[in-house]
Design a protein around this ligand. Structure first.
Ligand code: SF4
Ligand code: SF4
Ligand code: SF4
Length: 244
């Protein structure tokens, strides 16, 4: 959405001494699949565990084709392992948790499990309020025209995307509560709430136990203060302190 060149890709291009021909050569001898082997991506709703997902996904792209928000991308050579498999870059375009989960329905192989029937069944990851120093809710700055322009700099072609665009414009010149107010989880207060931040008397987001890691809070935050940890749930990240 924000037309960002991802850091991952930018850094890869900058650091690479192989050049494009070298990359193609590396891929052809099977090196590319292991470039980011330790890194988990955010997968579409219903994705089974990563190992099973990689063996079940036939890279047909059906999930990406039916997504009305254009949230799903297919991994290219720059994305390391799992070339051709679907993933979501939350900072570009998150998953908006469609009621009927068309991506899951479109999947012919159970790589996206058909037992995932509604947003409450989704377990993509969990949101983390990682960069509180950037949060304009805490510093009590209003959402500026420039912020709105940045958030909405991507493509909004479908009716669903246009609805998001309209809602975002309502925050201009208001105190920022975008992450909490735009959360698409059916009972959003169970996933994220704005709470007082005493030293500044501002407000900050607090992630709650029902967060499914769809990434909308991260995508729409004007200052990228929130990140998504893929493949971990609230209990694992916040209670068990598990990290990948
Ligand atoms: S639930 Fe909807 S927005 Fe999310 S990936 Fe599936 S089709 Fe796209
Ligand atoms: S629809 Fe299923 S099999 Fe096809 S690319 Fe998406 S996850 Fe893979
Ligand atoms: S807090 Fe809401 S918008 Fe953010 S990742 Fe969790 S469910 Fe999605």
């Amino acid at each position: 959405m924000k037309n960002r060149v991802t850091l991952e890709r930018r850094e890869f291009i900058q650091k690479s001494t192989l050049g494009i021909l070298g990359l193609i050569g590396a891929a052809s001898i099977g090196a590319a699949p292991f470039l980011n082997a330790k890194e988990f991506r955010l997968r579409p709703p219903g994705a089974v565990n990563e190992k099973e997902f990689l063996s079940l996904c036939i890279k047909c792209g059906q999930c990406a084709q039916v997504c009305p928000y254009h949230s799903i991308e297919l991994a290219d050579i720059f994305k390391g392992h799992g070339i051709g498999t679907p993933y979501i870059d939350a900072l570009e375009r998150a998953c908006y948790l469609c009621k009927a989960l068309p991506c899951v329905l479109a999947c012919p192989t159970e790589a996206l499990s058909h037992e995932t029937e509604k947003p409450q069944d989704v377990h993509m990851g969990v949101a983390v309020f990682k960069y509180s120093n950037r949060c304009i809710g805490i510093s009590k700055e209003e959402v500026s025209k420039k912020d709105i322009k940045r958030i909405t700099s991507g493509v909004f072609s479908s009716s669903q995307e246009k609805e998001v665009l309209e809602k975002i414009h309502e925050f201009e010149d208001e105190q920022c509560t975008i992450c909490a107010d735009m959360c698409p989880y059916p009972n959003a207060l169970d996933a994220i709430q704005m709470v007082d931040h005493n030293p500044t008397k501002g407000k900050k987001p607090e992630i709650k136990s029902s967060c499914v890691g769809c990434g909308v809070c991260a995508e729409l935050c004007p200052t990228d203060a929130i990140v998504i940890e893929p493949r971990l749930n609230y209990e694992e990240y916040y209670v068990q302190k598990k990290r990948y």
